[in-house]
Design a protein around this ligand. Structure first.
Ligand code: G1P
Ligand code: ZN
Length: 543
């Protein structure tokens, strides 16, 4: 075995964002780019000597080649064992589970989530810590600092083993253990939801269409839904993971999962529609003729979690990211449990979950999770819905409508303006921040501003403070507009505008959110000058 110490120089821009480092695949494939970043990760987390790490990804183009490089570098840096998903595949929640179950030091998760894959698509790499969750900012800051000071990286002069065969082999002084990516995850799910009850639901004729979007959840969904739970073959569609996700964006929203949305609003709709994203951490749930907004999904799951097998003890607390609607707050209030409002990104939930302060957490961007792992978990959320449907014996639409009747409805939408000029995006946010103090009392599109601020979060467990997490504008009638720039994009800037308004009257619960929010949408545009500054007349994606 020989370890090569390769001289290098810092590469600009290797700053981890909302979910690790995301770049164009072509950027990651530049000579030394991945190597530099991996060495910075290894050093930023305090070294890997004698440690066990989990490695796996969503199978997108470059996944296997990147894993081979990572394994050679882990071995060269003295790691004792690498636990790798077969063929390099591990969904993000399954990776989180493996890290926890095997008491690993951490894991390297290769994914750009819902972003498109392929040679011209996106790639990403994220470090997860021993609790199974994304590294906190103190760690990602340390990694970034290393990227700016690197002078060499270490790599083994030996080929990494092929990833197709289960079992152990040696790479230098390191053991490479190839594991079934699905098995442990299925075992975990069996402890959380009632497989017998859900099997009976399917046996009684309940129909589901799960769109795996040619991404990593296909094998998991097949094994659980069509295997263990006995749903008919064909329940899971687009089940084969492909390096380019079949040329689509593996993002389960109305734009990229258009086929599923069309089906669910057609005469042929099954009882439930569901989909997950590239790396399996997101979920979307639809009933016949109705789609459940992710913010509502969090609230409904929280309100019903006592019906499920793994959470029969009930609700301890709820956490949501700041831009997520306040539907969950109403459940927390009624149940007398704590509600935490965190910055965008899953890493902020980790401490709350570790401290046992929340049972469920979620984001408006189709993410829901609990303490079973330290990532959001797409298939888990879908299974939780199935368990609740089976327990209550009611269709999704009835469950949702009854929820609105009890708690009121938070009409919600997110408007994304993608690929705008970075300077324009930065200026828009900077000007918004400057105008904060002068906004209260002013009226835009008929709505008077009550309060406005730039969201900052103090973690209640370690007191760390994170600032500048999005501009919030609260109107006198309770409506809200939030503005922030995406931290996961790879091209230009993406402006996200989150809009919501509350409606308590059940006779007004059946409207189109875009229509109910038209005044908030107009006010947000007037406040931020979106159209004028970007030249766009409409958002690129509405969710
Ligand atoms: C987006 C979502 C955010 C999610 C993240 C990773 O981040 O908005 O909720 O945690 O992807 O899946 P953003 O691009 O907004 O920074
Ligand atoms: Zn994802």
């Amino acid at each position: 075995m020989s370890v090569a110490t390769v001289s290098t120089a810092p590469i600009a821009g290797q700053k981890p964002g909302t979910s690790g480092l995301r770049k164009k695949t072509a950027v990651f494939r530049q000579p030394g780019y991945l190597e530099n970043y991996v060495q910075a990760v290894i050093e930023g987390v305090g070294g890997v000597e004698g440690r066990t790490l989990v490695v796996g990804g969503d199978g997108r183009f470059f996944n296997d080649q990147a894993i081979a490089i990572i394994l050679r570098m882990l071995a060269a840096n003295g790691a004792e064992r690498a636990i790798v998903g077969q063929n390099g595949m591990l969904s993000t929640p399954a990776a989180s589970n493996l890290i926890r179950k095997r008491k690993a030091f951490g894991g390297l998760v290769l994914s750009a989530s819902h972003n498109p894959g392929g040679e011209d698509g996106d790639f990403g790499l994220k470090f997860n810590i021993a609790n199974g969750g994304p590294a906190p900012e103190s760690t990602t800051d340390a990694i970034f600092a290393r990227t700016t000071a690197l002078t060499e990286y270490r790599i083994l002069d030996e080929n990494a083993p092929a990833l197709g065969t289960l079992g152990e082999s040696r790479l230098g002084g390191m053991i490479v253990e190839i594991v079934d990516p699905v098995a442990d995850y299925v075992t975990l799910m069996q402890t959380l939801v009632d497989f017998d009850r859900i099997s009976k639901l399917f046996a009684s004729g309940f129909t589901l269409r799960f769109d795996a979007m040619h991404a990593v959840t296909g094998p998991y969904a097949k094994a659980i839904l069509e295997g263990a739970l006995g749903a008919p073959a064909g329940t899971v569609i687009n089940a084969t993971p492909l390096p380019d996700f079949g040329g689509h964006h593996p993002d389960p929203n109305p734009v990229h999962a258009a086929e599923l949305f069309r089906l669910m609003f057609s005469a042929e709709a099954p009882d439930m529609g569901a989909a997950s994203d590239g790396d399996g951490d997101r979920n979307i749930v639809l009933g016949r003729g109705i789609s459940v907004s992710p913010s509502d999904s969090l609230a409904v799951l929280a309100a019903n979690i006592h019906h499920t097998k793994g959470y029969a003890g009930g609700l301890k607390g709820i956490a949501r990211s700041m831009p997520t609607s306040r539907a969950a707050d109403r459940v927390a209030e009624k149940r007398g449990v704590e509600l935490f409002e965190t910055p965008t990104g899953w890493k902020f939930f980790g401490n709350l979950l570790d401290a046992g302060r929340v049972t469920i957490c979620g984001e408006e961007s189709a993410g829901t999770g609990s303490a079973h792992v330290r990532e959001k978990d797409g298939l888990w959320a879908i299974l939780l819905w199935l368990d609740i449907i089976a327990a209550r014996g009611e269709p999704i639409a009835a469950i949702l409508k009854e929820h609105w009747k009890t708690y009121g409805r938070d009409y919600y939408t997110r408007h994304d303006y993608e690929g705008i000029d970075i300077a324009t995006g930065d200026r828009l946010m900077a000007d918004l921040r400057t105008s904060l103090a002068s906004l209260p009392g002013k009226t835009f599109a008929g709505l008077t501003v009550k309060a406005a601020d730039d969201f900052a979060y103090q973690d209640p467990t370690d007191q760390s403070v994170t600032r500048q997490q999005g501009v919030r504008v609260l109107f006198a009638n309770g409506a809200r507009a939030v503005f922030r720039l995406s931290g996961t994009g790879t091209e230009g800037a993406t402006l996200r505008v989150y809009l919501e308004t509350f409606e308590s009257d059940p006779s007004r619960h059946d409207h189109d959110p875009q229509e109910m929010l038209s005044d908030v949408i107009a006010a947000a545009d007037a406040i931020a000058g979106i159209r004028e500054r970007t030249g766009r007349t409409a958002p690129d994606v509405i969710t």
